[in-house]
Design a binder for this molecule. Structure first.
Ligand SMILES: [Zn+2]
Length: 449
């Protein structure tokens, strides 16, 4: 068996790995590269392999950096099955349609080329083959099964076996357990080689209880200052977790009531998909929704689906909170709100997720005071706060714990899906602590297993 890394190698986005066995060529994920532009120029380059020669595509979860180049793959001739779990399929359709919309807007505004059209998304969905956790899928000379990764709804890690050959594990993205909504990450079976994500490979998250405290403080301060709280969202999972927390803070009267606008069509639709699959929740949350409670709603919440509805937010009186995409502020409706409110000292920007290098989100997170948003220069006077534990990713210790609790320790590990220092940090720790030979592969590098 051999694996070649065609994305998410020494960077976080663009997950895409080619697995070749004697009889089968299989692709793990086919994600989009996301840099300063929503659709980075790298997405338009050749894959590095011929899509027509693939036998199967195995998708771990519906985040754009794991599914965003599927339409390109199909457009360039891939005709086979695209495997994913049922929630991943629903979310993938939403995510790809939303990305098409963002690219269409950018095309109209700045003549940026589009990576794909809606018809390409339809083509992808027509090739989807649903597989739930734990079912083993048999292909030519190789089989695989999905296990719950606990990262977002329907997310999976992959256990791949070559008949008479090695076993390969691929983590996809690992969850930040314990997740208030999802089940914990499943146990890893014995693997000869493991490819593991390392987004937070050299960091530890702040304690989970700090999360609600910071959120509560930001909401309360916004009410006191009669200001505007801006929360750029990752539409799937993080938004629902945020709504879930506000639901409980509001239920217990721990925050002042104010208008809270969910200004993200993708997040609104993703919440609907979340409500459709309660069987994927952990026991506590399942129990809560079984009693008829809507854990993603609370008084004062307004969902602004259309553009016209979105424009009414400008006129709404302060204090108010605006939750809008995209999470790394490299596109989407949040940009309009940033232009309007970043220059106001009464505003607070609350960052709740990973900010990739080169994005506007990373610049604001790093404390830059002069930024350009939608071609306007903005002087940042708003407070900038961040909550690390809203991350959907496991931190260094959680990754280590997951690997240590495997049925048997993997023989060799490759760290992907992390910037160079994060991947190297995790590799060093794995070698020191677990004594497992670990490498950080480069883009285009092939390993023999
Ligand atoms: Zn992810």
């Amino acid at each position: 068996m051999q694996v070649t890394f065609f994305g998410a190698a020494r960077e976080v986005t663009g997950s895409c790995h080619l697995v070749q066995t004697k009889d089968t060529r299989l692709l793990l994920d086919c994600g989009m590269f996301q840099g300063s532009a929503f659709s980075d120029a790298k997405n338009f380059r050749d894959f590095g392999f011929d899509p027509k020669t693939l036998d199967a595509v195995v998708v771990t979860h519906a985040h754009l950096d794991h599914v965003g180049r599927l339409p390109k793959l199909v457009k360039e001739g891939y005709k086979g099955k695209i495997y994913m779990t049922p929630p991943t399929a629903k979310l993938t359709k939403l995510v790809l349609e939303d990305a098409e919309q963002v690219m269409e807007d950018e095309y109209r505004r700045e003549y940026r080329p589009k990576l794909f059209e809606l018809e390409d998304v339809d083509a992808v969905m027509s090739q989807v083959q649903l597989v739930d956790y734990a079912h083993r899928v048999k292909l030519d000379g190789v089989s695989f099964r999905y296990r719950d990764a606990g990262h977002i709804l329907g997310s999976a890690f992959v256990e791949l076996d070559e008949a008479g050959g090695p076993r390969l594990g691929f983590s996809g993205d690992l969850g930040n357990a314990p997740d208030p909504i999802l089940k914990p990450t499943a146990q890893l079976a014995a693997q000869d080689v493991l490819i593991v994500e390392s987004t937070y490979g050299n960091r530890l998250h702040e304690a989970q209880d700090l999360r609600k405290k910071t959120l509560r403080e930001c909401l309360t301060r916004t009410a006191q200052k009669n200001g505007v709280l801006l929360i750029p969202t990752f539409a799937i999972e993080r938004t629902q977790l945020l709504l879930f927390d506000i639901h409980h803070l509001s239920e217990n009267r721990l925050v002042p009531e104010m208008d809270i606008f969910l200004d993200s069509p993708l997040a609104i639709r993703a919440s609907e998909v979340m409500r459709e699959f309660p069987q994927y929740y952990n026991q506590d949350t399942l129990k809560e929704v079984s009693s008829g409670e809507d854990v993603f709603a609370f008084p004062g919440l307004h969902e602004t689906l259309s553009r016209d509805q979105s424009k009414t937010i400008n006129e709404a009186p302060r204090p108010k909170t605006i939750i809008a995409g995209s999470g790394m502020m490299n596109g989407g409706r949040i940009l309009h709100h940033l232009v309007r409110y970043l220059g106001d000292p009464r505003s607070t920007l609350l960052i709740i997720g990973y900010q990739s290098g080169g994005t506007l989100g990373r610049r604001l997170y790093s404390g830059e005071k002069k930024v350009e948003v939608l071609n306007e220069r903005v002087q940042v006077k708003a407070d900038v706060a961040a909550i690390g534990s809203y991350s959907a990713h496991a931190d260094q210790q959680q990754i280590l714990d997951w690997i240590s609790s495997a049925e048997k320790l993997p023989g060799h590990i490759y760290c992907v899906h992390g910037e160079e220092d994060a991947a190297a940090g995790l590799a060093t720790r794995l070698m020191q602590k677990l004594k497992i030979p670990t490498d950080v592969p480069r883009f285009g590098e092939t390993i023999q297993i």
